[in-house]
Design a binder for this molecule. Structure first.
Ligand SMILES: Nc1ncnc2c1ncn2[C@@H]1O[C@H](COP(=O)(O)OP(=O)(O)OP(=O)(O)O)[C@@H](O)[C@H]1O
Ligand SMILES: O=C(O)C1=C[C@@H](O)[C@@H](O)[C@H](O)C1
Ligand SMILES: [Mg+2]
Length: 182
């Protein structure tokens, strides 16, 4: 198998700014498999930005599109998928992720997430007066959901993307149940 022993579909989950896109892309390059980012797929399909989808269809419209994309991509083999930060909010999504792939949770503290996302206007949920507090609220709600679906939990705030990719590669052959990497 191209990604690792037992693993044909690897799914990255975590908050906005956790590094899902950065690490997913690099890992896919190294493993020689396809990389798809759910947010980018939605943008390609609709031809508009995520803030525009939120404006026109509301968050509910965006979530419907997200579920559709997750459903299609998680049926594929030899693929690494970066999900959007809110993918785990929906129970049906959580089931698809758990059943169809190995799920890696990039866990990053809210303070670091804020530093990484503060200059980027492309995340409508952070387009509020106090994005730092918003990140903390979202983290409090979502962290238990990420943990619920994760096969591995990686501390995504401690080292650079390259060493994170190597850490994930190291455990891939052993993946069967939840493993914590520190
Ligand atoms: N391990 C890391 N160390 C330092 N900076 C990082 C790390 N991982 C990602 N970054 C930086 O943090 C920012 C956010 O990363 P990225 O876009 O990959 O996050 P994401 O999880 O895909 O976020 P979103 O859910 O909003 O798409 C980028 O500028 C990226 O370069
Ligand atoms: O955390 C979230 O709910 C989101 C994260 C982004 O990846 C996008 O999917 C969108 O901005 C919503
Ligand atoms: Mg991303």
């Amino acid at each position: 198998m191209a990604i690792g022993f037992h693993v044909t579909c690897l799914i990255l989950i975590g908050m906005m700014g956790a590094g899902k896109t950065t690490i997913g892309r690099e890992l896919a390059k190294r493993r020689g498999v396809r990389f798809v980012d759910c947010d980018h797929e939605i943008i390609a399909r609709t031809g508009v930005t995520i803030p525009t989808i939120f404006e026109i269809e509301g968050e509910a419209g965006f979530r419907r599109r997200e579920t559709q994309v997750i459903d299609e991509l998680t049926r594929e083999s030899d693929i690494i998928i970066a999900t959007g930060g809110g993918a785990v909010l929906d129970e049906k999504n959580r089931e698809m992720l758990m059943q169809r792939g190995i799920v890696v949770y990039l866990n990053v503290a809210p303070q670091i997430l804020w530093e990484r996302t503060r200059n980027d206007r492309n995340r409508p949920l952070l387009n509020v007066e106090n994005p730092r507090a918003r990140i903390e609220e979202l983290y409090a709600v979502r962290d238990p959901l990420y943990r619920q679906v994760a096969d591995i939990i990686v501390d995504g705030g401690r080292c650079n993307p390259n060493s994170m990719v190597r850490q994930i590669e190291k455990v891939l052959p052993t993946l069967r149940k939840t493993t914590c990497i520190h």
